[in-house]
Design a protein around this ligand. Sequence first.
Ligand SMILES: Cc1ncc(COP(=O)(O)O)c(C=O)c1O
Length: 454
Amino acid sequence: MVQTLPGADRPGTDVPQRRRLVTAVPGPRSQELMARRSAAVPPGVGTALPVFVERAGGGVLVDVDGNSLIDFGSGIAVTSVGNAAPAVVAAVAEQTARFTHTCFMITPYEGYVQVCERLNRLTPGGFEKRSMLVNSGAEAVENAVKVARAATGRPAVVVFDHGYHGRTLLTMTLTAKYRPYKAGFGPYAPEVYRAPMAYPFRWPGGADRCADEAYERFVDLVTTQVGADRVACVVVEPIQGEGGFVVPAPGFLRRVADFCAAHGILLVADEVQTGFGRTGDWFASTFEGIEPDLVTTAKGIAGGLPLGGVTGRAELMDAVHVSGLGGTFGGNPVACAAAIAVFDRIEQDGLLAEASRIERTLKPALLALQKKYPIIAEVRGIGAMLAVELNDPTTGAPLADVPGKVAAFAAQQGVLVLTAGTYGNVLRFLPSLAITDAQLVDAVGVLDAAFAAL
Ligand SMILES: Cc1ncc(COP(=O)(O)O)c(C=O)c1O
């Protein structure tokens, strides 16, 4: 049976959009599978919640024991249009029946070109653009740096504290946090430099001075330690994801962008987590009115199929020699068909407004929790990318062990919530844009109980 999701007239999923528990979580079948997983898969590939999924739809995961969980993770900001969104499923089925692969570099196909045309149109900046497609966010960031180096002839890359850009050698190097992402995996890639992020809540001089002082520190690093004429690009997330949903102090990114433009440094906006409606606009760079030279995308682009992109000024993208970019699977036709369906759904179903609706429902509910529980030091984020930071109310010290406890309690009550943050003290909420207000209210009730039980 296909039901209609409240608050929208688009067809939804036949997975009932509600929380329902029939066993303890994890249930016996999940536990059995977890034992097999431990014997077959190394622990280096982590598991946030040892619950095996049997099916999913909209904003709900159904596990192999028959439990239905409200999904506040969306596979880490991927299933923004809803899990197994009917339009994505249909597009994938149709494309799969026609052909599954040719390799775009061998014999091209229209879907790849269509996705690039859409990215060129949707990403910020009215200038002429080109796009290329890859398989993941990390691969997108790697390629953006390759393009920036080739186009500028410069070696250095500047990134920020709390940044996350992936797990490959270069992107792990660009990533700030040591454990778990970097420990034991060095030596790291050369020519990567790190500036402080304008993180208002934690800025030593206070939130009011954050943008100015962080900008001064950035300029100082680039000019006195690296040399502005050696910097190919600055890579920055417009809102930091894994680092704890850090929204940079207003004005900071704008000034960084202006500095880059004045010194021939390319600005790469890593929109892998923020893109495709997550924050209520197609891309979060628009909040500061920034037009990045290069934009990296992945995650929400294709409803769960592996796809990433690099979009940039035509003259930069065209600076790379023939066959310098690409890969066997990059821009796979099935993933491209899914992406086109995602773009259509966001446009035709008005899903950008859904992120704002989620913020209007969820943020006040989280602020109400903050009033009750003083360990909630800050509620922050934009659209369907919201988080709470948890600190000791007396000392201000990060409470790294609390998000895990809240997440474990919530999971046992049928709500999946993810943790984040450099200090491990952030709970983040990344629901599907298809989640209903009723689900949001229900899930916050569970969080309330989780905080009360601490
Ligand atoms: C901002 C950002 N960049 C890059 C990546 C890496 O993407 P992927 O895991 O697809 O390689 C992520 C993943 O979380 C991310 O949040």
